[in-house]
Design a protein around this ligand. Structure first.
Ligand code: PLP
Length: 400
């Protein structure tokens, strides 16, 4: 008999991590592979943040903290929510976890029971369905086609809600498409949710600060205060401050839910590292100039990549509002044949051909629930991006 629990069979390892692993293996074997799979900024953590972590160590902040996070950090998060989002929480309504991922995981574990449905607009971040499945819940995936900017439409949300719906997860700017909802677009969705008082909202605002061309970020509890008491507003420092390895995410929500999240956390990680919490405190309260500086670089890369991809025969790429991903369609190459005789039937075949024939690693749209597309992370150097796009073009031109 297997030692493994049956719940494991419901889930799969992260496909985005799998692509990065494969690219690393090929690189180790001497291949000149360009990885466009990474979900993290290529910039380093700002020096002021590192210095705050070192100072915390030197002060002896090396012991357990409260499960929900240090009071200083939670107060800084309260201020952040007030200043950036117009949301008024108390420190008791804030929880801090090991990355945004653990906060979402804790929230789903604390609330979702077998039979409960979680509405997940697709394309989605790969972890939402699997965490839901791990909790015994049922992901209800709602397609958001490119024609609607990869955004959920009010009528599709309405149609997906059943008496069993527990949560709808909204993610703006979105991983993998970079699509972001304006306040008006969110209001259309929150109007639907106001008619269904049993549905809770999990807003994953992880890419809040990564928006371009003057886009104004909005979050559901802000555009519809009537939803405040059933919204978990999730965020973190990983992407905005290039702190993916520090593992700090946080959320604000109703006290009963936050207490439940803390209860789960108290029996798993206890809390994220005390040093990382000191670093996150500096990220939120210290100088913010790294954000516009880095966004200027991301915007320039986004525009370059979109231009280069749209010059590839068979590929078409929408300009996204935020994050550091583009989600081009590869519909125009489906059904074609590569020089080695392989047929491109799916976006999975296309990214496999890209990796094997052109040494470019990206992730197939199938992993994010909407095909035929693929995700490119442009959080890498201009040189890499130019080279990678030239290789993508070479593959596309070689298909017959
Ligand atoms: N939410 C989204 C949409 C993400 O893309 C990610 C990371 O890729 C996370 C949450 C989790 O971030 P963290 O590294 O803080 O766990």
């Amino acid at each position: 008999m297997s030692i493994l629990a049956s719940r494991l069979s419901a889930i799969k390892p992260s496909p985005t991590i799998a692509v990065t692993t494969k690219a690393n293996e090929l690189r180790a074997a001497g291949q000149d592979v360009i990885g466009l799979g990474a979900g993290e900024p290529d910039f380093d953590t700002p020096d002021t943040i590192k210095a705050a972590a070192k100072a915390a160590m030197d002060r002896g902040e090396t012991k357990y903290t409260p499960v929900a996070g240090t009071m200083a950090l939670r107060k800084a998060i309260v201020e952040k929510f007030k200043a950036d989002n117009g949301l008024t929480y108390t420190p008791e309504q804030i929880t801090v976890g090991c990355g945004g991922k653990q906060v979402l995981y804790n929230a789903i574990m604390a609330t979702v029971e077998p039979g409960d449905e979680v509405i997940i607009p697709a394309p989605y971040w790969v972890s939402y369905p699997d965490i839901t499945l791990l909790a015994g819940g049922t992901p209800v995936v709602v397609a958001c086609p490119e024609e609607t900017g990869f955004k959920l439409r009010a009528e599709d949300l309405e149609a997906a809600i059943t008496p069993k719906t527990k949560w709808v997860i909204l993610n703006s700017p979105n991983n993998p498409t970079g699509a972001a909802y304006t306040a008006d677009e969110l209001k259309a969705l929150t109007d639907v949710l106001m008619r269904h008082p049993h549905v809770w909202v999990m807003s994953d605002d992880m890419y809040e600060h990564l928006v371009y061309d003057g886009f104004v970020f909005a979050t559901p509890a802000q555009v519809e205060p009537g939803l405040f008491d059933r919204t978990l507003t999730c965020n973190g420092v990983s992407k905005a401050y290039s702190m993916t390895g520090w593992r700090v995410g946080y959320a604000g929500g109703p006290i009963e839910l936050i207490k439940a999240i803390n209860k789960i956390q108290s029996q798993s990680s206890t809390h994220t590292s005390s040093i990382s919490q000191a670093a996150a405190l500096e990220a939120l309260t210290g100088p913010q100039d790294c954000i516009p500086e880095r966004n200027a670089v991301f915007k320039q890369r986004r525009d370059m990549v979109v231009g280069l991809l749209n010059a590839c025969p068979g590929i078409s790429c929408r300009t996204p509002e935020g994050a550091f991903y583009v989600y081009p369609s590869c519909a125009g190459v489906i059904g074609k044949t590569a020089p080695d005789g392989r047929k491109i039937e799916t976006d999975g075949d296309f990214v496999t051909a890209l990796l094997e024939l052109q040494n470019v690693a990206c992730v197939q749209g199938e992993a994010f629930g909407l095909s035929p597309y693929f995700r490119i992370s442009y959080a890498t150097s201009n040189e890499n991006l130019e080279k990678a796009c030239a290789r993508i073009k070479a593959l596309c031109e070689s298909l017959t």
